[in-house]
Design a protein around this ligand. Structure first.
Ligand code: MN3
Length: 206
């Protein structure tokens, strides 16, 4: 057995209906997330013991500590493992609405207003080329929240950013229900955002 196992879902596969359909959630979790997990473990098996001993978050924050032969696989599958772990918890049934607390103030400070943030996040994530993610991140250097899109499964942690809220725009996240209409998926996704989780993540990051 590998170091990492597929995390359990915090809710049923059909809990996010009608916004995200149950079949997509089941395949996304049991096939895609499982594959990133398995391939992360396989890549770690080929790494030196001192790398294996570190937590994946520490590894992602400095990929130069990974031997070059394994770096691409760790970036992709380690990112995929952690991104999806965040993604499931970034959503909840009956979510959505506007955040309160300190994350609301931070969003207003960086983007002007919540609606300006939502527009920026939606429009920028809709045009991510190919497969990738849109993220609300905390930047420890500027001490502000920022929008950041990332390609494929590359984690914002690889750029020293702390992921707070991520929207997976790989086609596997929406194609069964939304086909090529990625903007429709993103607008539906806002209805399941778990702002309590984002606030909690932000409080720890600050
Ligand atoms: Mn995915």
């Amino acid at each position: 057995m590998g170091k990492y196992t597929l995390p359990e879902m915090p809710y049923a596969y059909d809990a996010l209906e009608p916004h995200i359909d149950a079949r997509t959630m089941e395949i996304h979790h049991t096939k895609h997330h499982q594959t990133y997990t398995d391939k992360l473990n396989a890549a770690l098996d080929s790494c030196p013991a001192e790398v294996q001993a570190k937590d994946i978050l520490d590894i992602l924050s400095d990929l130069n500590q990974v031997p070059e032969a394994q770096r691409g696989a760790i970036n992709f599958n380690g990112g995929g493992f952690d991104n999806h772990r965040l993604f499931w918890n970034n959503m909840k049934p009956n979510g959505g609405g506007e955040p309160g607390g300190s994350i609301a103030d931070a969003i207003k400070d960086s983007f002007g207003s919540f609606s300006d943030f939502k527009e920026k996040f939606s429009s920028s994530t809709a045009v991510v080329q190919g497969s990738g993610w849109g993220w609300l991140v905390y930047n420890p250097s500027s001490k502000k929240v920022e929008y950041k899109s990332m390609p494929n499964q590359t984690s914002p942690r690889t750029e020293g950013l702390v992921p707070l809220l991520g929207c997976d725009v790989w086609e596997h996240a929406y194609y069964l229900k939304y086909q090529n209409k990625r903007p429709d998926y993103i607008s539906a996704w806002w209805n399941v955002v778990n702002w309590d989780e984002v606030e909690s993540r932000f409080s720890k990051a600050k």
